[in-house]
Design a protein around this ligand. Structure first.
Ligand SMILES: [Zn+2]
Length: 846
């Protein structure tokens, strides 16, 4: 028996992966797992057949507890293993090999690896795997890299009441000594990070689409909330749409989707067995925005079955393409095949703004770049990878046409099915499909960071345009000028009615004439990114700004109105519009708005403005004014969705006694609005807020909510309340426990961290400002990346918008140097954000 002891990092470099891929071919894995109820460990026997070329040792990736036996080609070999790398001696290898490993391993509790969860409501145990990018070898020994695909033949022995789910269908289920033995069909070849195993007494719902079996699963205690009707419908709509669009039938036989507890991401595209975060099982009545968001995630994962799973990137440097493509395709599918026909509006608000924001940070980077090792992959699940990449694909489709894009994709799947492909091969397919030369486009859009600003300049003689010029600028640090294919919207106020004239336009240089505009009536508002094809900041001219400040609610084009609100928000962030002026505009105009997407996006901006961009001494006043506006809007709201969105905004901004009292009375039913119910999530937020602000009766409120909601969500909320208590001893205990043994799982510890910092408790929290900077390096050095990034996100003193904190952050970045890239990236972004907030506050006060 070999037990792992190591302090070296489990990290795979591209160089090692390339060297290994050059030697290894045709992997067939056979895996047999023994799972028992309530155990801390599980046992496995893994066999791997593969062809090897070249000479010398090879390594398998395996992060386990103990190896009991290692056999190479039938001979027992003493394992040479550092806890994550298991070496196969070159002299034992042949052209064709069989390796057999008998091992024991511990369950994981951080949401990655093979995660174990115990439901506090009914005591049931649930297991699931989560492996991207480099965690699959926490379940069994393997070549854990995307370009060594394998087939898998899995058997699992598990308690009789448990369901066992895998990427392929179960071929047989038989009795085995009071347990059940599940044997699965051998899978098609796919990458190790897409392997999945989900086990436990999951609730199951079934349907069928053509010859594809569809399953939906969630914990038993959530079954009452699982709305299978909408989920099955979307699944079928997506399967039909993607099969047709790609002209390639769904490749993996069956399609299961499981909602799993304590999941770190939104969802994961495991082949034929997608795992979804449980926030997509709606325990409270959702808004349609939430339903659309869920549909988008569902379709995003489904698009990956083709792009990512059937054809996979060779290495993690093309992760961006994987995510951009799935994101773009999911919105296209939403619009073309589902009831959520306004998907692109959501894209403009959420995906694009995420990208714009990330692209203006000091840490911005080209879409396509180098990823030296799997640790660096972690850094790249960001707004550039998902948001900018997808926005740039949308811009590309505007340039080459939808048909050329579709033909290119068909070529891509025909050519590379069940294999790997690179960005160059993707572009080659698109060039074949569209006939366009994309080399320049790729260089300018994919290999350079940052974004352009597009504006307009025009002159009129009387009421007619005499000249119209589009302008393009780039920041000094990133002077790239790019080709943009756009539509320009000219808005005129015609006797009380607004009319939009739309002109196609393109710009490749710093200026482009738009001769079609000559002779048209002079506009009151010019918007150079009408229909949102472009990826660029839009500079509005002063006359247009004055017009929208007075007339925003009259613009009846929903997407345009959303884009204009987004432009105003960008102006706040760039210190061209005072945060207080923006908030005043929101209070007067947004209460008239009936589009939930707009209300949700803009109230979220307003909440951020109050927290970050308003000087400390004005914050209570601004928060109170906004909360009162939200309360008025809640009472006047014309739909239940608007009621929910305004109620959330009210609870988020309530911070003076009068408003805290109001939300308490709403929760207690002493105050009410017809047609509106305070849901459990809101009740928890109110209870936690009352605790943090020291409102009388807060502890009793938490107790009452705990009795009302004994679920895992209730447990997490109670932890938030526990660490929110404004008391030095409570803070000290929480600090120690977060950094020490934790709260039982990463999700529980995260909940405890979320309750810790409150700007109103700044005096009480003073010791933990320096405490954070003292500890953070050690945390990033010694703890796993997920924990470390939660620690940064929730325990950093980000509630202090002050120069001292900025200086301290700069010292941290300088001290850490190259040692911890994830920490340096987070610290630089936090500081960049802080500097922006300081400037916005100074501008507001000027
Ligand atoms: Zn994805």
């Amino acid at each position: 028996m070999t037990t792992a002891t190591t302090d070296v990092r489990d990290n795979l470099t591209q160089a090692d992966a390339e060297a290994r891929a050059a030697r290894v071919r045709h992997c067939d894995y056979t895996l047999d797992l023994q799972l028992t109820r309530g155990a801390e460990t599980y046992r496995g026997v893994a066999s791997l057949r593969f062809d090897a070329a070249g000479a010398g040792d090879l390594f398998l990736d395996f992060r386990g507890k103990t190896i009991e036996l290692l056999e190479v080609n039938g001979s027992k070999v003493e394992p040479r293993w550092n806890g994550f790398r298991l070496w196969l001696p070159g002299e034992a290898l042949a052209a064709s090999n069989t390796v057999r490993v008998v091992y024991e391993n511990e369950y994981d509790h951080e949401g990655d690896g093979f995660h174990q969860f115990k439901d506090p409501e009914d005591g049931e145990e649930y297991l699931y795997s989560n492996f991207e990018p480099y965690e699959s070898h926490r379940l069994f020994p393997q070549f854990d890299q995307p370009d060594i695909k394998g087939t898998y033949a899995l058997s699992v022995t598990a308690p009789a009441e448990w369901v066992v789910l895998h990427n392929s269908r179960a071929a047989s289920v038989s009795d085995a000594d009071g347990s059940k033995r599940w044997e699965f069909e051998q899978t098609k070849p796919f990458s190790t990070y897409l392997f999945a195993l989900v086990v436990g007494p999951y609730h199951e719902a079934r349907d069928r689409h053509g010859d594809i079996d569809i399953g939906l699963f969630c914990r038993k205690s959530l079954a009452k909330h699982l709305d299978t009707g909408e989920l099955f419908e979307l699944t079928k709509q997506g399967l039909t749409f993607f099969s047709d669009f790609f002209d390639f039938p769904y490749p993996f036989g069956k399609y299961d989707q499981v909602f799993v507890p304590e999941f770190n991401a939104g969802a994961m595209e495991n082949v034929g067995l997608v795992t979804h975060n449980e926030y997509m099982v709606f325990r409270d009545p959702p808004t349609d925005n939430q339903r659309r968001g869920r549909a988008e995630t569902l379709l995003h994962e489904m698009a990956h079955m083709w792009f990512g799973d059937l054809v996979t990137m060779r290495w993690w440097n093309d992760l961006w393409l994987n995510e951009s493509f799935a994101t773009y395709m999911s919105y296209l599918c939403l619009e073309k095949a589902t009831r959520f026909t306004t998907g692109w509006q959501d894209f403009a608000v959420s995906i694009k703004n995420w990208a714009y924001r990330q692209d203006q940070l000091v840490t911005t980077h080209p879409i396509a770049g180098q990823v030296a090792d799997t640790d660096q992959t972690f850094l790249n699940f960001d707004g550039i990878t998902y948001g900018k990449g997808a926005s740039v694909l949308k811009q590309l489709v505007a340039a080459i046409g939808a048909d050329g894009f579709r033909e290119g994709m068909r070529h891509y799947f025909r050519t590379h099915a069940y294999g790997n492909a690179t960005l160059a091969q993707f572009l080659e397919s698109l060039e074949k499909g569209s006939g366009a030369d994309l080399q320049d486009w790729a260089r300018l859009w994919l290999e350079t960071p940052s974004l352009n600003t597009i504006g307009s300049r025009w002159e009129a003689d009387g009421d007619r345009i005499t000249s119209f010029t589009l302008t393009q600028a780039a920041p000094d640090e990133y002077p790239t000028i790019r080709p943009h294919t756009l539509e320009v919207g000219l808005v005129r106020d015609l006797d009380g009615k607004l009319e939009v004239t739309v002109l196609p336009a393109s710009i490749r240089d710093t200026e482009a004439e738009l001769p079609e505009a000559r002779g048209l009536p002079a506009p009151d508002l010019v918007f150079p990114n009408y229909n949102d094809h472009g990826y660029a900041k839009i500079a509005l001219d002063p006359a247009s700004i004055a017009f929208i400040r007075g007339n925003m609610e009259r613009i009846d084009d929903d997407l345009l109105r959303l884009q204009l609100w987004a432009s105003l928000w960008n102006m706040v962030r760039d210190q061209q519009l005072k945060s207080t002026d923006f908030l005043a505009l929101v209070r007067t105009k947004m209460v008239l708005e009936t589009m939930p997407e707009a209300v949700e996006a803009v109230t979220n901006n307003a909440i951020a403005a109050i927290g970050r961009y308003v000087p400390d001494e004005w914050r209570d006043r601004e928060a109170h004014d906004f909360a009162q506006a939200a309360w008025a809007a809640l009472k006047a709201a014309s739909s239940n969705d608007l009621q929910i969105i305004w109620a959330r905004a009210l609870i988020a901004t309530a911070s003076v006694a009068e408003d805290l009292d109001l939300i308490g009375r709403l929760a207690d039913g002493a105050e009410s609005v017809p047609g509106f119910t305070v849901d459990q999530d809101m009740r928890w937020n109110i209870a936690v807020k009352h605790v943090a602000y020291g409102v009388a009766g807060a502890a009793a409120r938490v107790q009452a909510e705990s009795e009302r909601d004994p679920s895992d969500r209730g447990v997490r909320a109670r932890l938030r309340a526990e660490t929110a208590v404004p008391d030095a001893a409570a803070k000290a205990a929480a600090w120690e426990k977060v950094l020490g043994e934790g709260y039982g799982s990463l999700a529980l510890t995260e909940a405890a961290m979320m309750g810790f910092n409150w700007v109103e408790q700044r005096d009480l929290l003073a010791p933990y400002v320096e405490g954070f900077f003292d500890k953070v390096t050690e945390v990033f050095r010694n703890r796993d990346k997920e924990f470390a990034s939660y620690f940064y996100r929730f325990m950093a003193p980000s509630y202090l918008v002050e120069r001292d904190i900025y200086e301290r952050g700069e010292q941290l970045v300088a001290a850490v140097g190259d040692e911890l890239p994830v920490l340096v990236r987070m610290a630089r972004e936090a500081n960049d954000d802080l500097l922006r907030a300081i400037r916005c506050r100074e501008f507001a006060a000027s």
